[in-house]
Write a protein that binds this ligand. Structure first.
Ligand code: AMP
Length: 283
């Protein structure tokens, strides 16, 4: 396994590999790796000769300084996990290496960046787009792997690739969950045992909503039911929306013949968690 902290030697290493016709997969992460991240790594290892896993807690995408300060950092464990996979290259730069200067460009993503997470995390997708664009230019991957867990992030990156004509194939990988349905997340490490138990309510709510949706209950009514479900609990719902899984526009009716996503964000104590469920497999 090769570990790089600087861009220049990483570029030189990958240029040489590309000259030997090696294919390169990129898995961008913020570290504190879990089986969700590793499913992306596995996907890349299956498809490519080399997998570059980046481990970088990107300051620009955090709108909440407390969230950035408390974000778990477990580099030694992360490297031990990645050691198990063939063709591993790890890119673990400092913030100064990635952002020599504060970017002058601002990425907006129009309505796609304003809905769902965008309403509650101003500047978040600017930060995500900026770091992913940098990683695409540094690594020049053939393929890049992202999780459906961050559905809006995937939609935004798809537009980034389209709008800037990046020559990369995007892969959206399924959500890996705990046995009780909680989506794996680095932030789960911050939950105490009581909060950890309560965190399963996000997935429970998605299940209830899915059931209602299947019974053709209107999107507005499904929303009300989900809000009611959380009103009695100490998990604080931030939003629940039923949207088109690609455009992320709110759905008007349950009879719509389009791929649908149920999206949720909630606070369990201090920890903000997100999850989603895609209905149908047209995505
Ligand atoms: P993060 O380190 O949280 O920025 O996540 C890095 C990548 O892993 C993103 O593309 C996430 O969508 C993906 N990811 C995070 N959690 C999961 C999960 N439970 N299942 C699958 N992919 C995930």
């Amino acid at each position: 396994m090769q570990v790089f902290r600087e861009i220049k030697p990483l570029r030189a290493y990958l240029d040489a590999k590309r000259a030997e016709q090696a294919t390169i997969g990129l898995v961008p992460t913020m570290g504190a790796l879990h089986e969700g991240h590793l499913s992306l790594v596995k996907g890349s290892v299956d498809d490519n000769d080399i997998t570059v896993t980046s481990i970088f807690v990107n300051p620009v995408q955090f709108n909440n300084p407390g969230d950035l300060a408390h974000y778990p950092r477990t580099l030694d464990e992360d490297l031990a996990m990645l050691q198990r996979y063939k063709g591993q290259v790890v890119f673990h730069p400092s913030a100064n290496e990635v952002y020599k200067q504060e970017p002058m460009i601002t990425l907006g993503f129009g309505p796609l960046g304003k809905t769902l997470e965008g309403q509650f995390r101003p500047g978040h997708f600017h930060g995500v787009g900026m770091v992913v664009a940098k990683l695409f230019n540094i690594v020049k991957p053939h393929r890049a792997y992202f999780g459906q867990k961050d559905l809006q992030q995937f939609a935004v990156i798809r537009r980034l690739v389209e709008d800037f004509s990046f020559d990369v194939e995007l892969k959206c990988m399924p959500i890996i969950r705990e046995p009780d349905g909680l989506a794996l997340s680095s932030r789960n490490k911050r939950l105490d045992p009581d909060e950890r138990q309560k965190a399963a309510k996000l997935y429970e709510a998605l299940g209830i909503a899915h059931d209602l949706y299947r019974r053709r209950v209107s999107p507005d009514q499904v929303k009300k039911e989900v809000e009611g479900f959380f009103s009695m609990s100490d998990v604080t719902l931030e939003y629940f929306e039923i949207v088109n899984a690609s455009s992320l526009n709110p759905l008007q009716s349950t009879f719509a013949n389009e791929p649908v996503a149920l999206c949720i964000a909630a606070y369990v104590g201090e920890v903000r968690l997100i999850d989603n469920l895609i209905i149908g497999n047209e995505y």
